[in-house]
Design a protein around this ligand. Structure first.
Ligand code: BGC
Length: 733
C-alpha cells in the first residue's frame, strides 16, 4: 500500500480501533472453542478487544493462522490484518545451537544463515515477527538466560545481533521467507543483581553505555523493525516505563523509528514494581515513556481511549504508535497478502529440510569448545570405548527455547553411535537430575522413576562398563530446563547425581572424556582436573548427536572459543575478562604483597576465560609487530603476527585482537576485543596475519558524556584467548 493510502487509513480509524492496534493478545483466544475467562476478563478485556487487537502471539501453524486471519479481517471495520508474532530464537522446527553456543563459534555469518533458515521455516507457518535477537550482555552465569545471549563482550554481541537481524529480515522483510526482527530486552536485562531473573539492575551510565547498550544499537543500525522493553528496573526506574531509555536513548540517540513492544505483561508489572498506582497509571506511564504495543496486559485497550479523551495522553502519541504498527504491517506486505508465506506446502518444503539439517549440524559442530585434551581426542574407531551418562539417551539437547522444535527429529547419541564407532555399548548410569529437583511450573521435564535401589544398580552397571573399556566417554550436563527464562541457579554446576557417577567412573578408568551439555558456563574444576578431555557442546540442537560424534571421532575438529568465561569457582561470579583496571592489580611481580585486589582462596581469573578453546592441533604465535608507533586519526596501523600450525593435523585458530587504553579520562578495561580472524592451516603450515587498527576502534564513553577516543598510549595484543600477555605499544596522536 502506498504511504498516502496508509495515512488515509490511519485518519479514518476511530480512537478505539487505534488503541486496539497497540494491543497484543494470545493467539489461543482466537481458537473456535476459546471463551474469554481468567485475568483477561477480570481486567475488563472484551470480545470487542479481540475483534480489534493489532497482533497475536503464539500461533505456530499455517492452517491455524489462515483461519484466524481470514475470520479476523472479515469482521474488522477497516479490514486491517493481524500481525503474528512468536519467539523464534535458535530455530523453528529445525533447531540450531543455543545463542551462547553460536557466540562460541565466533562466526556471525554462520549465525546469519541459521537465522535465515529459521525465518524460512517460521514464515511458512504464518509468523511475521520473531522476538529475537536477544542482545543482552551477560556476565553472571547464575542467570539462566545467559543461554539466549551471545556472551560477555559488547563488540562480539553487536556483530551477532547485526547478523541475526540481517538473517531474519534480509534486505526487505516483505520478501518471501523473511521475518521482522525484534531486538530485546531494552535495556540491560542481562545484569540482574545476583543473577536472579527479573531482579533489579543497577548500572552507572558509564557501564550502561560502554558495555550494555552497544549491541542493541548494532541491531537497530542493521534495521531491526522492532525493539522489546525489559522486565527489570534500571537505576530505580522500570525499563518499561523509562522515558530516558526509550525516548532519549532509543528514539533520539539511536534513531530507532520502528515498533517498541513491551515484554510479556511488563506494563502491568509497573504496579508490582511500585512505580504505578494502578492499571490506569501504568497505561499512562508506559505510553508516555514510549511503548507502542502492550503485550498481554490488556491495559492499553482498557484505559488508553479514556486517557486520550480526558486529555491526559495526546492523541498524537497514539497516532505515532499506530502509524509505526501499520507501517510495519505494510512493509511486510500484509495489506496485499495478509497470509504472507503461510502455507502447508511451504511448511512441508522447509521444515527440517536436508539443507537446514546440514546447516544445524555445521553450526553445532562449530559451537563446540574443547576445554581440555590430554591426547585422548579424537578417539580411534577401533578402540574399546564405552559410552555412559544421562545424555546418551535423551532428546533434551534442543534447549529450553525450542518449544517450536520437533523433538522427534532429534536423534540421541545412542541412536547415531553405530554410524561412527565399532564399539557402541554403554548405559545412562543415572538420570539427568536427582528426584528432589524443583521444577515448578515446567511440566514433568524433571520427573523420573528410579528408586534408590534401581539408581544404585544403574551406577554399578556403568562401573562395569567403565572397567571393561580402554576409554570412557561420559555425557553429562545440566537439564535443558535448568537454563533459560526463570532458571536462575546459585550453583551453576553439573547436578550432584551426575557428579557421583563421574567420581565413581573416574576412580575406575582415568582415560575419561567428558562431553558437557549446558546452557551456561558451569563451574567444572573437578571435572577438568580428573578427566583427560572435556568438550563443551552447549545445547546443540536437532543435529547435536551427529555433530558430537563427528567431533569425537575426528571427522571434524572443534574450533569454538568461549564467548563467556567459565568460573574457577562460583564465588567469583560475575567473572569476565574485560574488567576495569584496579589501583592494586594482582601482578606477578607483586605476588608477596597482601594488599592487592585478589581472593585469598581462589585466583582472580576464570578457569577458562573468554576467547579460550583448543583444537586437535597446536598453534604457535609470534610476538605482535606494529608497522609504526603512532596512529593519526584518519589513518591506520597494521598489527602483524606469524601463526604456525605446529601439530599433526589441519586446524582452525581464532586469532583475537585486544586493545588496552593505558590511561584515559575514565578507567578503561584491562583488555577489549576489537577484531578477530579465523585462520585454517595445514600441519606445519604458517601464515602472517594482519589486523588493521583505526581510531574508531579506540572510542569509548568519555568522562564528559560523549563518545570518542583520547590521545595517548595503547597496548595491542593478538592471541588465542583473552589471557594473552604479549603486546606492542603505539600512541594515538
Ligand atoms: C520473555 C521474552 C519473550 C516474551 C514472549 C517473555 O517472558 O522475556 O523474551 O519474547 O516472553 O514470549
Amino acid at each position: 500500500m502506498k504511504e498516502e493510502k496508509l495515512k488515509e487509513l490511519l485518519e479514518d480509524m476511530t480512537l478505539k480501533e487505534k488503541v486496539n492496534q497497540m494491543f497484543q493478545v494470545s493467539g489461543s483466544l482466537y481458537s473456535e472453542d476459546s471463551v474469554l475467562t481468567g485475568p483477561m476478563k477480570e481486567n475488563g478485556f472484551t470480545e470487542e478487544n479481540l475483534a480489534l487487537a493489532g497482533s497475536v502471539i503464539g500461533v505456530q501453524d499455517a492452517a491455524a493462522m489462515w483461519k484466524i486471519q481470514e475470520k479476523y479481517i472479515k469482521q474488522h471495520p477497516h479490514g486491517i490484518p493481524l500481525l503474528f508474532m512468536l519467539d523464534v530464537i535458535n530455530g523453528y522446527r529445525t533447531v540450531f545451537p543455543i545463542p551462547l553456543g553460536q557466540g562460541a563459534a565466533f562466526r556471525p555469518d554462520l549465525t546469519r544463515r541459521c537465522a535465515e533458515a529459521a525465518a524460512r521455516e517460521a514464515s511458512a507457518s504464518g509468523i511475521h515477527v520473531t522476538f529475537a535477537p536477544m542482545a543482552d550482555l551477560v556476565r553472571d552465569a547464575r542467570w539462566g538466560r545467559v543461554m539466549e545471549s551471545t556472551g560477555e563482550d559488547p563488540y562480539l554481541n553487536g556483530l551477532f545481533c547485526q547478523a541475526m537481524v540481517r538473517g531474519f529480515q534480509g534486505e526487505d522483510v516483505g520478501e518471501r521467507g523473511r521475518l521482522a526482527a525484534c531486538v530485546k530486552h531494552f535495556a540491560a536485562y542481562g545484569a540482574p543483581v545476583a543473577g536472579r531473573d527479573y531482579n533489579t539492575v543497577e548500572l552507572s551510565e558509564h557501564t550502561l553505555r560502554e558495555f550494555y547498550l552497544p549491541a542493541y544499537r548494532k541491531g537497530i543500525e542493521a534495521g531491526a523493525e522492532l525493539v522489546m522493553t525489559s522486565f527489570n528496573t534500571i537505576n530505580g526506574i522500570p525499563a518499561t516505563g523509562n522515558k530516558f531509555l526509550m525516548r532519549q536513548v532509543l528514539r533520539k540517540e539511536f534513531g530507532f523509528d520502528g515498533v517498541l513492544i513491551s515484554d510479556w505483561t511488563a506494563i502491568e508489572e509497573l504496579i508490582a514494581h511500585g512505580y504505578c498506582e494502578d492499571r490506569k497509571d501504568a497505561a499512562y506511564k508506559a505510553v508516555r515513556a514510549g511503548v507502542d504495543i502492550d503485550m498481554m496486559s490488556g491495559i492499553y485497550p482498557e484505559f488508553l481511549v479514556r486517557l486520550v479523551e480526558d486529555g491526559e495522553v495526546p492523541l498524537e502519541m497514539v497516532d505515532h504508535a499506530v502509524w509505526r504498527i501499520l507501517r510495519l504491517k505494510n512493509r511486510l506486505g500484509l495489506f496485499e497478502n495478509p497470509f504472507k508465506d503461510a502455507g502447508q506446502a511451504e511448511e512441508k518444503k522447509f521444515f527440517l529440510c536436508p539443507e537446514h539439517r546440514l546447516l544445524a549440524r555445521e553450526a553445532a559442530a562449530k559451537s563446540f569448545v574443547l576445554l581440555k585434551n590430554e591426547g585422548v581426542l579424537p578417539l580411534h574407531p577401533e578402540d574399546k570405548t564405552v559410552w555412559i551418562g544421562p545424555y546418551l539417551d535423551t532428546r533434551e539437547m534442543i534447549g529450553s527455547w525450542s518449544f517450536t522444535g520437533d523433538k522427534s527429529a532429534v536423534s540421541t547419541i545412542r541412536e547415531v553411535l553405530p554410524e561412527y564407532a565399532v564399539h557402541t555399548e554403554g548405559c545412562q548410569g543415572c538420570p539427568i537430575l536427582e528426584p528432589e529437583t524443583d521444577f515448578r511450573g515446567l511440566s514433568d521435564a524433571g520427573k523420573h522413576l528410579f528408586c534408590q535401589k534401581e539408581q544404585e544398580q544403574l551406577m554399578q552397571e556403568a562401573e562395569r562398563y567403565a572397567r571393561s573399556a580402554e576409554t570412557v566417554v561420559l555425557f553429562l550436563g545440566e537439564h535443558s530446563m535448568q537454563s533459560g527464562e526463570a532458571s536462575s541457579r546459585t550453583q551453576p554446576v553439573v547436578p550432584e547425581i551426575q557428579m557421583e557417577l563421574f567420581r565413581r567412573i573416574s576412580r575406575i578408568n582415568s582415560n575419561l572424556v567428558v562431553v558437557l551439555f549446558s546452557g551456561r558456563p558451569l563451574e567444572v574444576r573437578e571435572i577438568s582436573r580428573k578427566a583427560k578431555a572435556v568438550l563443551e557442546v552447549w545445547l546443540p540442537g536437532t543435529e547435536g548427536a551427529r555433530a558430537i560424534l563427528e567431533t569425537l571421532m575426528g571427522k571434524r575438529a572443534p574450533e569454538g572459543k568461549l564467548s563467556m568465561s567459565f568460573p574457577w569457582d562460583v564465588g567469583q561470579v560475575p567473572v569476565y575478562y574485560n574488567e576495569d583496571s584496579t589501583g592494586r592489580p594482582d601482578l606477578e611481580e607483586a605476588k608477596e604483597d597482601r594488599f592487592r585486589s585478589r581472593y585469598l582462596d581462589a585466583p582472580n581469573g576464570a578457569l577458562y576465560p573468554f576467547g579460550y578453546g583448543l583444537t586437535y592441533t597446536q598453534f604457535q604465535i609470534s610476538p605482535v609487530r606494529l608497522n609504526g608507533s603512532v596512529l593519526r586519526p584518519g589513518e591506520s596501523l597494521k598489527a602483524v603476527v606469524a601463526l604456525e600450525n605446529t601439530g599433526n593435523c589441519e586446524g582452525t585458530e581464532t586469532l583475537q585482537l585486544y586493545i588496552r587504553d593505558v590511561s584515559a579520562s575514565v578507567v578503561r578495561p584491562v583488555k577489549e576485543l576489537r577484531d578477530f580472524r579465523k585462520v585454517t592451516l595445514r600441519s606445519g603450515e604458517s601464515k602472517e596475519v594482519t589486523f588493521e587498527i583505526r581510531e574508531e576502534q579506540l572510542r569509548f564513553w568519555r568522562a564528559d558524556g560523549t563518545f570518542g577516543s583520547e590521545k595517548g598510549r595503547f597496548q595491542v595484543f593478538i592471541g588465542q584467548d583473552s589471557g594473552v600477555r604479549d603486546y606492542a605499544t603505539f600512541e594515538l596522536l
